[in-house]
Design a protein around this ligand. Structure first.
Ligand code: UGB
Length: 432
Protein backbone atom coordinates (compact mmCIF):
# COMPACT_ATOMS: atom_id res chain seq x y z
CA UNK A 1 0.00 0.00 0.00
CA UNK A 2 1.33 3.40 -0.89
CA UNK A 3 1.71 5.75 2.00
CA UNK A 4 -0.30 8.92 2.23
CA UNK A 5 2.72 10.93 1.31
CA UNK A 6 3.36 8.82 -1.75
CA UNK A 7 -0.32 9.04 -2.70
CA UNK A 8 -0.21 12.82 -2.52
CA UNK A 9 3.32 12.97 -3.88
CA UNK A 10 4.23 14.98 -0.86
CA UNK A 11 7.78 16.08 -0.82
CA UNK A 12 9.84 14.71 1.98
CA UNK A 13 10.81 18.23 2.92
CA UNK A 14 8.07 19.96 4.93
CA UNK A 15 6.89 23.36 3.64
CA UNK A 16 7.29 22.46 -0.05
CA UNK A 17 3.86 21.04 -0.67
CA UNK A 18 2.55 21.19 -4.25
CA UNK A 19 -0.76 20.00 -5.66
CA UNK A 20 -1.04 16.72 -7.68
CA UNK A 21 -1.23 18.14 -11.24
CA UNK A 22 1.75 20.32 -10.61
CA UNK A 23 3.60 17.39 -9.18
CA UNK A 24 2.80 15.26 -12.21
CA UNK A 25 3.99 17.95 -14.50
CA UNK A 26 7.15 18.15 -12.48
CA UNK A 27 7.67 14.43 -12.63
CA UNK A 28 7.26 14.53 -16.39
CA UNK A 29 9.73 17.39 -16.54
CA UNK A 30 12.19 15.54 -14.33
CA UNK A 31 11.84 12.45 -16.41
CA UNK A 32 12.35 14.44 -19.59
CA UNK A 33 15.24 16.31 -18.04
CA UNK A 34 16.93 13.11 -16.91
CA UNK A 35 16.39 11.52 -20.34
CA UNK A 36 17.90 14.47 -22.10
CA UNK A 37 20.76 14.55 -19.58
CA UNK A 38 21.33 10.90 -20.22
CA UNK A 39 21.20 11.55 -23.93
CA UNK A 40 23.73 14.33 -23.56
CA UNK A 41 25.98 12.10 -21.50
CA UNK A 42 25.67 9.34 -24.06
CA UNK A 43 26.49 11.80 -26.82
CA UNK A 44 29.46 13.00 -24.85
CA UNK A 45 30.70 9.45 -24.31
CA UNK A 46 30.29 8.57 -27.98
CA UNK A 47 32.21 11.69 -28.95
CA UNK A 48 34.92 10.89 -26.40
CA UNK A 49 35.27 7.31 -27.66
CA UNK A 50 35.35 8.43 -31.28
CA UNK A 51 38.02 11.02 -30.67
CA UNK A 52 40.04 8.52 -28.61
CA UNK A 53 39.84 5.94 -31.41
CA UNK A 54 40.78 8.40 -34.12
CA UNK A 55 43.67 9.68 -32.01
CA UNK A 56 44.79 6.09 -31.46
CA UNK A 57 44.74 5.31 -35.17
CA UNK A 58 46.59 8.55 -35.89
CA UNK A 59 49.24 7.57 -33.38
CA UNK A 60 49.42 4.06 -34.86
CA UNK A 61 49.70 5.19 -38.45
CA UNK A 62 52.30 7.78 -37.64
CA UNK A 63 53.96 5.80 -34.92
CA UNK A 64 57.44 6.56 -36.16
CA UNK A 65 56.89 10.26 -35.61
CA UNK A 66 55.70 9.84 -32.05
CA UNK A 67 57.91 7.03 -30.97
CA UNK A 68 61.42 7.79 -29.88
CA UNK A 69 62.45 4.53 -31.57
CA UNK A 70 64.18 6.30 -34.39
CA UNK A 71 64.82 9.72 -35.81
CA UNK A 72 65.48 11.95 -32.85
CA UNK A 73 68.79 13.60 -31.96
CA UNK A 74 69.62 11.07 -29.27
CA UNK A 75 68.95 8.21 -31.68
CA UNK A 76 71.24 9.73 -34.31
CA UNK A 77 73.98 10.19 -31.75
CA UNK A 78 73.76 6.53 -30.76
CA UNK A 79 73.85 5.40 -34.39
CA UNK A 80 76.90 7.53 -35.17
CA UNK A 81 78.76 6.45 -32.09
CA UNK A 82 78.06 2.77 -32.74
CA UNK A 83 79.25 3.13 -36.35
CA UNK A 84 82.62 4.56 -35.38
CA UNK A 85 85.58 2.61 -36.74
CA UNK A 86 88.45 1.84 -34.38
CA UNK A 87 91.02 0.23 -36.69
CA UNK A 88 92.88 1.23 -39.83
CA UNK A 89 90.91 0.54 -43.00
CA UNK A 90 88.09 -0.77 -40.85
CA UNK A 91 84.50 -1.15 -41.96
CA UNK A 92 81.27 0.43 -40.90
CA UNK A 93 78.74 -2.38 -41.07
CA UNK A 94 74.98 -2.33 -40.85
CA UNK A 95 74.04 -5.71 -39.37
CA UNK A 96 70.38 -6.54 -39.89
CA UNK A 97 68.90 -9.12 -37.54
CA UNK A 98 71.52 -8.08 -34.99
CA UNK A 99 69.46 -9.36 -32.05
CA UNK A 100 69.19 -12.72 -33.78
CA UNK A 101 71.44 -15.70 -33.24
CA UNK A 102 73.97 -15.26 -36.05
CA UNK A 103 73.57 -11.46 -36.02
CA UNK A 104 74.64 -11.21 -32.39
CA UNK A 105 77.77 -13.30 -32.89
CA UNK A 106 78.82 -11.55 -36.09
CA UNK A 107 78.26 -8.10 -34.54
CA UNK A 108 80.41 -8.98 -31.53
CA UNK A 109 83.17 -10.33 -33.72
CA UNK A 110 83.26 -7.25 -35.95
CA UNK A 111 83.18 -4.85 -33.03
CA UNK A 112 85.93 -6.74 -31.27
CA UNK A 113 88.35 -6.19 -34.13
CA UNK A 114 87.50 -2.48 -34.36
CA UNK A 115 84.83 -2.23 -37.04
CA UNK A 116 81.88 0.09 -36.58
CA UNK A 117 78.65 -1.85 -36.15
CA UNK A 118 75.09 -0.61 -36.20
CA UNK A 119 72.45 -3.25 -35.57
CA UNK A 120 68.89 -3.36 -36.85
CA UNK A 121 66.20 -5.69 -35.57
CA UNK A 122 62.41 -5.70 -35.34
CA UNK A 123 62.39 -7.86 -32.19
CA UNK A 124 59.42 -9.85 -33.44
CA UNK A 125 57.91 -12.59 -31.32
CA UNK A 126 58.57 -15.58 -33.60
CA UNK A 127 60.48 -16.92 -30.60
CA UNK A 128 61.02 -15.71 -27.04
CA UNK A 129 61.62 -11.92 -27.32
CA UNK A 130 63.32 -12.04 -23.89
CA UNK A 131 66.20 -13.94 -25.48
CA UNK A 132 66.51 -11.25 -28.14
CA UNK A 133 66.50 -8.59 -25.45
CA UNK A 134 69.23 -10.46 -23.58
CA UNK A 135 71.34 -10.58 -26.75
CA UNK A 136 70.72 -6.86 -27.22
CA UNK A 137 71.91 -6.23 -23.67
CA UNK A 138 75.04 -8.20 -24.44
CA UNK A 139 75.69 -6.11 -27.56
CA UNK A 140 75.05 -2.90 -25.65
CA UNK A 141 77.83 -3.81 -23.20
CA UNK A 142 80.17 -3.74 -26.22
CA UNK A 143 78.80 -0.37 -27.32
CA UNK A 144 76.83 -1.82 -30.20
CA UNK A 145 73.57 0.03 -30.70
CA UNK A 146 70.59 -1.81 -32.17
CA UNK A 147 68.02 0.23 -34.00
CA UNK A 148 64.56 -1.16 -33.31
CA UNK A 149 62.76 -1.20 -36.63
CA UNK A 150 61.52 -3.28 -39.51
CA UNK A 151 63.33 -3.91 -42.78
CA UNK A 152 60.24 -2.67 -44.59
CA UNK A 153 60.53 0.78 -43.07
CA UNK A 154 62.14 2.43 -46.09
CA UNK A 155 62.31 5.90 -44.55
CA UNK A 156 64.10 4.67 -41.46
CA UNK A 157 66.63 2.68 -43.49
CA UNK A 158 67.23 5.62 -45.85
CA UNK A 159 67.86 7.77 -42.78
CA UNK A 160 70.44 5.31 -41.49
CA UNK A 161 72.32 5.55 -44.78
CA UNK A 162 72.15 9.35 -44.59
CA UNK A 163 73.74 9.31 -41.17
CA UNK A 164 76.38 6.64 -41.80
CA UNK A 165 78.27 5.91 -45.05
CA UNK A 166 78.15 2.14 -44.45
CA UNK A 167 80.91 0.28 -46.27
CA UNK A 168 79.11 -3.06 -45.82
CA UNK A 169 75.72 -4.49 -45.03
CA UNK A 170 75.61 -7.86 -43.29
CA UNK A 171 72.02 -8.84 -43.94
CA UNK A 172 70.93 -11.54 -41.50
CA UNK A 173 67.39 -10.45 -40.67
CA UNK A 174 64.88 -12.98 -41.97
CA UNK A 175 61.87 -15.05 -41.11
CA UNK A 176 63.63 -18.30 -40.28
CA UNK A 177 62.33 -21.82 -39.73
CA UNK A 178 61.35 -24.39 -42.31
CA UNK A 179 58.14 -25.77 -40.80
CA UNK A 180 56.66 -22.48 -39.53
CA UNK A 181 56.19 -21.43 -43.18
CA UNK A 182 53.08 -23.60 -43.29
CA UNK A 183 51.59 -21.73 -40.34
CA UNK A 184 52.46 -18.19 -41.33
CA UNK A 185 53.46 -17.97 -45.00
CA UNK A 186 52.98 -14.20 -45.19
CA UNK A 187 55.69 -13.54 -42.62
CA UNK A 188 58.23 -15.10 -45.04
CA UNK A 189 57.09 -12.87 -47.87
CA UNK A 190 57.16 -9.85 -45.56
CA UNK A 191 60.72 -10.32 -44.32
CA UNK A 192 62.53 -12.46 -46.87
CA UNK A 193 61.13 -10.87 -50.02
CA UNK A 194 59.58 -7.45 -49.34
CA UNK A 195 62.07 -6.59 -46.59
CA UNK A 196 65.00 -7.70 -48.72
CA UNK A 197 63.88 -5.50 -51.62
CA UNK A 198 63.42 -2.50 -49.33
CA UNK A 199 66.93 -2.97 -48.00
CA UNK A 200 68.45 -3.41 -51.47
CA UNK A 201 66.67 -0.27 -52.65
CA UNK A 202 68.36 1.66 -49.84
CA UNK A 203 71.74 0.08 -50.67
CA UNK A 204 71.36 0.86 -54.35
CA UNK A 205 70.49 4.53 -53.63
CA UNK A 206 73.25 4.98 -51.08
CA UNK A 207 76.34 6.91 -52.04
CA UNK A 208 78.72 5.19 -51.48
CA UNK A 209 76.91 1.92 -52.14
CA UNK A 210 77.82 -0.71 -49.55
CA UNK A 211 78.91 -4.26 -50.39
CA UNK A 212 76.16 -6.66 -49.30
CA UNK A 213 76.74 -10.03 -47.64
CA UNK A 214 73.55 -11.87 -46.78
CA UNK A 215 72.20 -15.14 -45.39
CA UNK A 216 70.73 -17.56 -47.87
CA UNK A 217 70.14 -21.15 -46.78
CA UNK A 218 71.07 -24.78 -47.37
CA UNK A 219 67.35 -25.33 -47.85
CA UNK A 220 67.61 -23.93 -51.41
CA UNK A 221 68.96 -27.36 -52.45
CA UNK A 222 65.49 -28.70 -51.70
CA UNK A 223 64.93 -32.07 -53.29
CA UNK A 224 68.42 -32.15 -54.84
CA UNK A 225 69.83 -35.64 -54.29
CA UNK A 226 73.38 -35.13 -55.47
CA UNK A 227 75.70 -35.09 -52.47
CA UNK A 228 77.56 -33.22 -51.19
CA UNK A 229 75.66 -30.10 -52.27
CA UNK A 230 77.75 -27.80 -54.46
CA UNK A 231 76.89 -24.22 -55.33
CA UNK A 232 76.46 -25.21 -58.99
CA UNK A 233 73.85 -27.90 -58.19
CA UNK A 234 70.24 -27.32 -59.10
CA UNK A 235 68.24 -25.21 -56.66
CA UNK A 236 64.94 -25.04 -58.48
CA UNK A 237 63.08 -27.62 -56.40
CA UNK A 238 62.46 -26.00 -53.01
CA UNK A 239 60.61 -28.18 -50.51
CA UNK A 240 59.28 -25.33 -48.35
CA UNK A 241 58.12 -21.76 -48.73
CA UNK A 242 61.07 -20.76 -46.54
CA UNK A 243 63.44 -22.31 -49.08
CA UNK A 244 61.52 -20.69 -51.93
CA UNK A 245 61.89 -17.22 -50.38
CA UNK A 246 65.62 -17.76 -49.85
CA UNK A 247 66.01 -18.90 -53.44
CA UNK A 248 64.00 -15.85 -54.53
CA UNK A 249 66.46 -13.77 -52.49
CA UNK A 250 69.33 -15.16 -54.53
CA UNK A 251 67.58 -14.13 -57.74
CA UNK A 252 66.55 -10.73 -56.39
CA UNK A 253 70.07 -9.91 -55.22
CA UNK A 254 71.31 -10.94 -58.65
CA UNK A 255 69.14 -8.35 -60.34
CA UNK A 256 70.42 -5.61 -58.02
CA UNK A 257 73.93 -6.72 -58.81
CA UNK A 258 73.22 -6.73 -62.52
CA UNK A 259 71.31 -3.46 -62.82
CA UNK A 260 72.79 -1.29 -60.09
CA UNK A 261 76.29 -2.68 -59.54
CA UNK A 262 75.76 -3.84 -55.97
CA UNK A 263 78.48 -6.19 -54.74
CA UNK A 264 76.64 -9.28 -53.48
CA UNK A 265 77.72 -12.33 -51.50
CA UNK A 266 75.07 -14.91 -50.58
CA UNK A 267 75.90 -17.45 -47.88
CA UNK A 268 74.05 -20.75 -47.75
CA UNK A 269 74.12 -21.59 -44.04
CA UNK A 270 73.73 -25.24 -43.04
CA UNK A 271 71.70 -25.73 -39.79
CA UNK A 272 73.69 -23.35 -37.59
CA UNK A 273 73.75 -24.11 -33.85
CA UNK A 274 75.49 -22.94 -30.68
CA UNK A 275 75.27 -20.67 -27.63
CA UNK A 276 72.60 -17.94 -27.85
CA UNK A 277 70.90 -20.08 -30.51
CA UNK A 278 67.31 -20.14 -31.76
CA UNK A 279 64.80 -21.86 -29.44
CA UNK A 280 62.72 -23.05 -32.41
CA UNK A 281 65.51 -25.28 -33.68
CA UNK A 282 65.56 -28.99 -32.87
CA UNK A 283 68.79 -29.14 -30.82
CA UNK A 284 67.54 -26.24 -28.65
CA UNK A 285 63.96 -27.40 -28.09
CA UNK A 286 65.16 -30.97 -27.51
CA UNK A 287 67.51 -29.71 -24.79
CA UNK A 288 64.65 -27.86 -23.10
CA UNK A 289 62.32 -30.86 -23.24
CA UNK A 290 64.93 -33.35 -22.11
CA UNK A 291 65.74 -31.21 -19.07
CA UNK A 292 62.05 -30.79 -18.26
CA UNK A 293 61.36 -34.51 -18.61
CA UNK A 294 59.06 -33.90 -21.59
CA UNK A 295 59.04 -36.11 -24.70
CA UNK A 296 60.74 -35.08 -27.93
CA UNK A 297 59.51 -35.95 -31.41
CA UNK A 298 62.09 -37.30 -33.82
CA UNK A 299 61.13 -37.39 -37.47
CA UNK A 300 62.20 -40.29 -39.62
CA UNK A 301 62.41 -40.32 -43.42
CA UNK A 302 61.08 -42.72 -46.05
CA UNK A 303 61.87 -46.40 -45.46
CA UNK A 304 62.64 -45.59 -41.82
CA UNK A 305 65.84 -43.80 -42.79
CA UNK A 306 67.13 -41.32 -40.19
CA UNK A 307 67.17 -37.64 -41.16
CA UNK A 308 70.59 -36.02 -41.20
CA UNK A 309 71.90 -32.48 -41.10
CA UNK A 310 75.27 -30.89 -41.74
CA UNK A 311 75.08 -29.11 -38.34
CA UNK A 312 77.46 -26.13 -38.40
CA UNK A 313 78.84 -24.47 -35.30
CA UNK A 314 78.29 -20.74 -34.92
CA UNK A 315 81.99 -19.81 -34.61
CA UNK A 316 82.70 -21.40 -38.00
CA UNK A 317 79.78 -19.50 -39.52
CA UNK A 318 81.05 -16.23 -38.03
CA UNK A 319 84.46 -16.82 -39.59
CA UNK A 320 82.77 -17.40 -42.94
CA UNK A 321 80.73 -14.21 -42.60
CA UNK A 322 83.70 -12.06 -41.63
CA UNK A 323 85.85 -13.56 -44.41
CA UNK A 324 83.06 -12.74 -46.85
CA UNK A 325 83.06 -9.12 -45.73
CA UNK A 326 86.85 -9.00 -45.95
CA UNK A 327 86.96 -10.36 -49.49
CA UNK A 328 83.92 -8.50 -50.82
CA UNK A 329 84.80 -6.09 -53.59
CA UNK A 330 83.28 -2.63 -53.62
CA UNK A 331 79.95 -2.03 -55.28
CA UNK A 332 80.43 -0.24 -58.57
CA UNK A 333 77.42 2.03 -58.63
CA UNK A 334 76.50 5.17 -56.78
CA UNK A 335 73.21 6.90 -56.20
CA UNK A 336 71.35 4.19 -58.11
CA UNK A 337 73.61 4.17 -61.21
CA UNK A 338 75.84 1.25 -62.17
CA UNK A 339 79.35 2.17 -63.33
CA UNK A 340 80.68 -1.27 -64.14
CA UNK A 341 80.25 -4.99 -63.48
CA UNK A 342 80.14 -5.90 -59.80
CA UNK A 343 81.04 -9.00 -57.82
CA UNK A 344 78.32 -11.64 -57.32
CA UNK A 345 79.15 -14.70 -55.21
CA UNK A 346 77.36 -17.58 -53.50
CA UNK A 347 79.03 -19.88 -50.97
CA UNK A 348 78.04 -22.90 -48.94
CA UNK A 349 78.92 -22.52 -45.28
CA UNK A 350 78.48 -25.97 -43.77
CA UNK A 351 80.41 -28.40 -41.65
CA UNK A 352 80.93 -31.03 -44.38
CA UNK A 353 80.06 -33.96 -42.08
CA UNK A 354 76.33 -34.68 -41.66
CA UNK A 355 75.07 -36.25 -38.44
CA UNK A 356 71.73 -38.03 -38.04
CA UNK A 357 69.09 -36.52 -35.78
CA UNK A 358 69.05 -39.57 -33.43
CA UNK A 359 72.83 -39.23 -33.09
CA UNK A 360 72.45 -35.53 -32.28
CA UNK A 361 69.99 -36.54 -29.55
CA UNK A 362 72.45 -39.11 -28.16
CA UNK A 363 75.14 -36.43 -27.96
CA UNK A 364 72.74 -34.14 -26.11
CA UNK A 365 71.77 -36.92 -23.69
CA UNK A 366 75.45 -37.42 -22.93
CA UNK A 367 76.10 -33.74 -22.23
CA UNK A 368 72.90 -33.27 -20.24
CA UNK A 369 73.27 -36.59 -18.43
CA UNK A 370 69.55 -37.17 -18.94
CA UNK A 371 67.86 -39.78 -21.10
CA UNK A 372 65.38 -38.34 -23.61
CA UNK A 373 61.80 -39.59 -23.88
CA UNK A 374 61.72 -40.21 -27.62
CA UNK A 375 58.71 -40.31 -29.83
CA UNK A 376 59.81 -41.38 -33.32
CA UNK A 377 57.38 -40.65 -36.14
CA UNK A 378 57.44 -40.55 -39.93
CA UNK A 379 58.41 -37.15 -41.25
CA UNK A 380 55.22 -35.22 -41.88
CA UNK A 381 54.96 -33.39 -45.20
CA UNK A 382 56.10 -30.15 -43.61
CA UNK A 383 58.83 -28.88 -45.93
CA UNK A 384 61.70 -30.78 -44.33
CA UNK A 385 64.33 -32.40 -46.52
CA UNK A 386 65.83 -35.79 -45.60
CA UNK A 387 69.47 -34.68 -45.42
CA UNK A 388 71.89 -31.83 -46.06
CA UNK A 389 75.60 -32.05 -46.77
CA UNK A 390 77.79 -29.14 -47.83
CA UNK A 391 80.64 -29.13 -50.24
CA UNK A 392 82.62 -26.12 -49.01
CA UNK A 393 85.58 -26.25 -51.37
CA UNK A 394 84.59 -22.99 -53.05
CA UNK A 395 84.38 -21.17 -49.71
CA UNK A 396 87.67 -22.71 -48.71
CA UNK A 397 89.35 -21.47 -51.86
CA UNK A 398 87.86 -17.97 -51.92
CA UNK A 399 87.34 -17.24 -48.23
CA UNK A 400 89.82 -19.52 -46.50
CA UNK A 401 86.77 -21.10 -44.80
CA UNK A 402 87.59 -24.24 -42.85
CA UNK A 403 85.11 -25.45 -40.22
CA UNK A 404 86.83 -26.77 -37.11
CA UNK A 405 84.10 -27.66 -34.60
CA UNK A 406 82.42 -31.06 -34.66
CA UNK A 407 78.91 -31.61 -33.29
CA UNK A 408 80.13 -33.27 -30.09
CA UNK A 409 82.32 -30.27 -29.19
CA UNK A 410 79.82 -27.66 -30.38
CA UNK A 411 76.88 -29.13 -28.48
CA UNK A 412 79.00 -29.30 -25.34
CA UNK A 413 79.52 -25.54 -25.59
CA UNK A 414 75.84 -25.03 -26.31
CA UNK A 415 74.75 -27.08 -23.29
CA UNK A 416 77.15 -25.19 -21.04
CA UNK A 417 75.66 -21.91 -22.22
CA UNK A 418 72.09 -23.22 -21.96
CA UNK A 419 72.53 -24.35 -18.35
CA UNK A 420 74.08 -21.07 -17.30
CA UNK A 421 71.61 -18.88 -19.23
CA UNK A 422 68.51 -20.64 -17.91
CA UNK A 423 70.04 -21.07 -14.48
CA UNK A 424 69.94 -24.86 -14.21
CA UNK A 425 71.86 -26.28 -11.30
CA UNK A 426 73.76 -29.51 -11.97
CA UNK A 427 71.90 -31.15 -9.03
CA UNK A 428 68.58 -31.24 -10.88
CA UNK A 429 70.00 -33.47 -13.59
CA UNK A 430 69.26 -37.16 -13.24
CA UNK A 431 71.63 -39.88 -14.41
CA UNK A 432 71.09 -41.35 -17.87
O1 UGB B 1 70.09 -24.99 -43.04
C1 UGB B 1 69.16 -24.21 -43.17
O2 UGB B 1 69.09 -23.45 -44.09
C2 UGB B 1 68.04 -24.25 -42.20
O3 UGB B 1 68.53 -24.81 -40.98
C3 UGB B 1 67.58 -24.96 -39.98
O4 UGB B 1 66.54 -25.82 -40.45
P1 UGB B 1 66.61 -27.37 -40.10
O5 UGB B 1 67.80 -28.00 -40.71
O6 UGB B 1 65.29 -27.90 -40.44
O7 UGB B 1 66.88 -27.32 -38.52
P2 UGB B 1 65.97 -27.80 -37.32
O8 UGB B 1 64.67 -27.14 -37.36
O9 UGB B 1 66.79 -27.63 -36.10
O10 UGB B 1 65.79 -29.35 -37.62
C4 UGB B 1 66.93 -30.23 -37.63
C5 UGB B 1 66.48 -31.63 -37.88
O11 UGB B 1 65.66 -32.08 -36.80
C6 UGB B 1 64.45 -32.60 -37.30
N1 UGB B 1 63.40 -32.33 -36.31
C7 UGB B 1 63.01 -31.08 -36.06
C8 UGB B 1 62.05 -30.82 -35.12
C9 UGB B 1 61.47 -31.88 -34.43
O12 UGB B 1 60.60 -31.72 -33.56
N2 UGB B 1 61.89 -33.12 -34.72
C10 UGB B 1 62.85 -33.41 -35.64
O13 UGB B 1 63.20 -34.57 -35.86
C11 UGB B 1 64.21 -31.91 -38.62
O14 UGB B 1 63.39 -32.70 -39.44
C12 UGB B 1 65.63 -31.78 -39.14
O15 UGB B 1 65.99 -32.96 -39.79
C13 UGB B 1 66.98 -23.62 -39.63
O16 UGB B 1 65.96 -23.80 -38.66
C14 UGB B 1 66.42 -22.93 -40.83
O17 UGB B 1 66.03 -21.64 -40.45
C15 UGB B 1 67.44 -22.87 -41.94
O18 UGB B 1 68.41 -21.92 -41.65
Amino acid sequence: MPSVNEELLLPSTPGKFKDKSHAMHRQFYRCFASTSTMFLWALFLVALTASYLSFQSFVDSGNRYFSAAWGDVHWEKQVKSSAQIHRQNGFSVLVTGAAGFVGTHVSLSLKKRGDGVVGLDNFNSYYDPALKQARKKLLNTQNIFIVEGDLNDARMIARLFEIVPFTHVMHLAAQAGVRYAMENPQSYVHSNIAGLVTLLEACKNADPQPAVVWASSSSVYGLNEKVPFSESDRTDQPASLYAATKKAGEEITHTYNHIYGLSITGLRFFTVYGPWGRPDMAYFSFTRNILQGKPITIYRGKNRVDLARDFTYIDDIVKGCVASLDTAKRSTGSGGKKRGPAQYRIFNLGNTSPVTVPMMVRILEGHLKVKAKKNVISMPGNGDVPFTHANTSLARRELGYKPTTDLQTGLKKFVKWYLSYYGYKPTIMASP
